[in-house]
Design a protein around this ligand. Sequence first.
Ligand SMILES: [Zn+2]
Length: 263
Amino acid sequence: MEIFIYLIIFIMGTFFGSFFTLAVYRIPLKQDILYTHSYCPNCKHKLTTLDLFPIFSYLVLGGKCRYCGKKIRIRYLLLEVFSGIVFVLYAMSFKFNILFFESQKIIYFAFGILYFASLFLIAGIDKENIKIEKGLLIYGFILSIIYIIYVCTNYKINVYSYAIYLILMFAFIIINEILEHKEKKSNYAILLIALSSYMLIFSNVIGYIVTIIATIIAIFIYIIINKLLKQKNKKIPIAFYMCVINIIYNIFLNYIQFYIFKI
Ligand SMILES: [Zn+2]
């Protein structure tokens, strides 16, 4: 029975993954992500539901576009599988069971998924373009407001620290707007601070510090490997590392809380 539940969550995850890959491709191109029909980036042929079913379509079509035969990058398949696995790991991390309608856990799951979704997208776009997409931070800001209202009305939690992070996040999004107006491009460092405030809201101070330390280590390793392979110095997608590490941290923390301390 449990396997069946996690299978449903896995499939949900693969659909999300499929949506993420589309969004990572389209958001930087300023294309709409909800209404425009999916198409093959090579031959521009509209894709049907049969072409778009996660994992299944890739395998049936042998990793090629049905219309022009162009190879589809295996990364899409891997991202769908990966996203499914993250969903399952996350659901298992606090023993979420969609068949028991425990409203608290459903809300917790929903907030987690909406938060991870934004980090996934920020990570994907940063990895491809070395750019923090401010639209996603604005989405994160709105999500934060809803989350803070929910947490503070349902639990006895101090609202002040949340308010400070929220104001910081807002302030740095605005500062970026002003700078962007002058310099004609987003300011990476400023948006990194806005992203930090966002992480502080959803994963508290300790979570943020762990994320930063692990990010510095990851970047250090990345630079060493680059040096050893004698590759040219490339720009480092800092937000990518921060987002991936923060997702791992949050899921890992749940396992400790639910399985070791049994909260
Ligand atoms: Zn095609």
